[in-house]
Design a protein. Sequence first.
Length: 203
Amino acid sequence: MAASPLQAFVFNPQASIWSGKAIVMRKNDRTEFSSLTVKSHPRRFLLYTGLIPILSFVNPAHTAPIPEMKELEIFRTRKLPSGVRVQDVIEGDGEEANAGDLVEFNYVCRRSNGYFVYSTVDQFTGEAMPVTLLVDEKQIIEGLKDVLVGMKVGGKRRALIPPSLGYVNENLKPMPEEFGPRRSLLSHAKEPLVFEVQLLKIL
């Protein structure tokens, strides 16, 4: 059976040479050239000559421009004297909260491993049920009081609250009404908590 045009040019690995017959097809006839043999060359030469077109093809000057990456916004973390670590996500531009103020705010609470516990904003509908509490460690967990003091209305903070400043007893607020979140908070009272707080009003 006659060799196909692709089979007519064969690589001989033992001789390290290319040998075979080059076939040229014309419109009305066929011309067959004699066997063509290329002398062996060092592998380094073949590698070099083979890489030149590849390197030219991927020349950065000929490739599509790389889109500019926007610098990620970095929130500085500061440690309060009480041990609470705070990030100011949004500074806010309203009145500043002080100890003893009655404030309204939304919050999200998670365990330190990221496990969701509770949020005053429904994740599906976006409906909010903010809480109104007095900024007083006798009524709210001490760590949250430290987060709220100094916040401006419209501001948002993220904080890591150590367990000694968290739910040290069951009467402290904010405490979800639902059984599941309440049980999660109280059963993990010896773990740090992550709070995200958005101050809405000072009443």
